[in-house]
Design a protein around this ligand. Structure first.
Ligand code: AMP
Length: 400
């Protein structure tokens, strides 16, 4: 962060959209912990921090009488935890715009924190309303965006607010800087060979990503249910496996483009199949292009896992998005586990590895391998769009 925050009031967009239990206790404070270095840095420099975030979807999940369920969606639930973690004075403003935050922001002293109420109590937030954004901006001297997970949305607090600060008075927080830097590292100057691993349910969700990977990958590994659409494209039989027949053409075209670009595409040679979509299904291994009727591929098979693992271990840069099978069911989690371990081993031998996208992140966390890969993106949909090559409004608003 290039700004000197001494005696400055910094308006920081954080992602405090944390899960709460029935008594409104935080069940996973990862997102809060991740924002701490940025806040701490600003306070330590002698600045003060005005924090804003959304929590849940209060305008969609209203009370029966149509009113907003303030009790459920208030950010006040986080104040005690924040005080403990930051070891600083944390004030709370019962609104994010209007007289209350204006008064409290004006009274804020260096080293102190003001947490604003949920920005999504106002429809103007998601509409990206300029007047609303201007009111938020007026609370502070500088704007810091540290919420990468919402950077793909042109909301008032994530994007529009930045229009009211000149380039010297706005910047990314540490978390956001790291996400951008790591994504650029793999896309712009990756050490070769580069392997991209893509899994998950649907080709339709990932086709843009796959095509983008052709720009910098040496090989692309495709697993998960997606692989069966590719098997159909290669005239295989896939039994009852999850498939998108309307994407077979796109899969064929992708394979052609990959060939022309000299990028190797690895599909699973074999599949671990179940006789039903259930944790207690009877399990058998079949070649992925010869799955009998009434069987469905629910994970990559052992031969595929070994060949994918080998390819991963020989790589210098690895990007992974999406599980290799229905990893939520232990019987079909082995393929994803094998890949996670191969990525961890390659990292130990000096490769740079980045895991992004909800489910592969969940898999890496479940296996306690998060610390054994180079970077786990918290970005979800935002990271997917960034890797796809889209200009994210939250990034553009600051970096131009
Ligand atoms: P995505 O959100 O696109 O990354 O997809 C993740 C989901 O794909 C997970 O819930 C997996 O259970 C599911 N999935 C992965 N492989 C398969 C498969 N072979 N059959 C059905 N679902 C799958």
């Amino acid at each position: 962060m290039k700004i000197n925050f001494k005696d400055k009031k910094a308006l920081i967009r954080v992602d405090f959209n944390v899960p709460l239990d029935k008594s409104y206790s935080i069940t996973d404070d990862t997102r809060i912990r991740e924002a701490l270095p940025t806040i701490r840095h600003i306070l330590d420099q002698g600045g003060s921090a005005i924090l804003m975030s959304h929590l849940g979807r209060p305008l969609e999940k209203r009370n029966a009488d149509g009113s907003i369920n303030r009790e459920k969606f208030t950010l006040r639930h986080l104040v005690k935890h924040l005080r403990k973690k930051l070891k600083a004075r944390v004030h709370f403003a019962e609104d994010c715009i209007g007289k209350v935050p204006v008064k409290k922001a004006a009274a804020l002293k260096p080293g102190e924190v003001l947490l604003l109420e949920n920005t999504r109590f106002y429809a103007e937030e998601e509409q990206g309303n300029p007047e609303f954004a201007q009111k938020l901006a007026a609370l502070a001297d500088v704007y810091v965006n540290d919420a990468f997970g919402t950077a793909h949305r042109a909301h008032a607090s994530t994007t529009i607010v930045a229009n009211y600060f000149d380039p010297q008075h706005k910047c990314f927080g540490f978390l956001m800087e790291r996400e951008i830097e790591n994504a650029r590292r793999v896309m712009q100057h990756p050490e070769k060979p580069v392997t991209c691993v893509v899994g998950g349910a649907k080709v339709s969700d990932k086709i843009v990503l796959l095509e983008r990977f052709l720009d910098f990958a040496d090989q692309i590994i495709i697993g998960g249910a997606m692989a069966y659409t590719f098997m159909l494209a290669k005239k295989g039989s896939i039994g009852n496996s999850l498939v998108e027949p309307d994407r077979v053409k796109a899969a064929k075209e992708f394979l052609k483009k990959a060939k022309a670009a000299g990028v190797k595409v690895l599909l699973p040679k074999d599949s671990l199949c179940g006789d039903k979509f259930a944790a207690d299904a009877t399990v058998r291994i079949f070649p992925s292009h010869q799955i009998p009727e009434s069987w469905m591929g629910l994970d990559i098979g052992p031969v595929a896992a070994k060949s994918f693992g080998r390819a991963i271990r020989q790589s210098k840069t690895i990007v992974w998005n999406g599980p290799m099978g229905v990893f939520e069911m232990p019987a079909f989690a082995e393929g994803t586990k094998y890949i996670a371990k191969a990525v961890a081993r390659a990292t130990k031998s000096g490769a740079f590895s980045m895991v992004g996208g909800g489910d592969s992140v969940a898999a890496v966390n479940q296996l306690k391998l998060a610390k054994k890969v180079s970077f786990v993106s918290t970005g979800g949909g935002a990271m997917l769009e960034y890797l796809e090559g889209k200009a994210l409004p939250g990034i553009k608003a600051i970096a131009g």
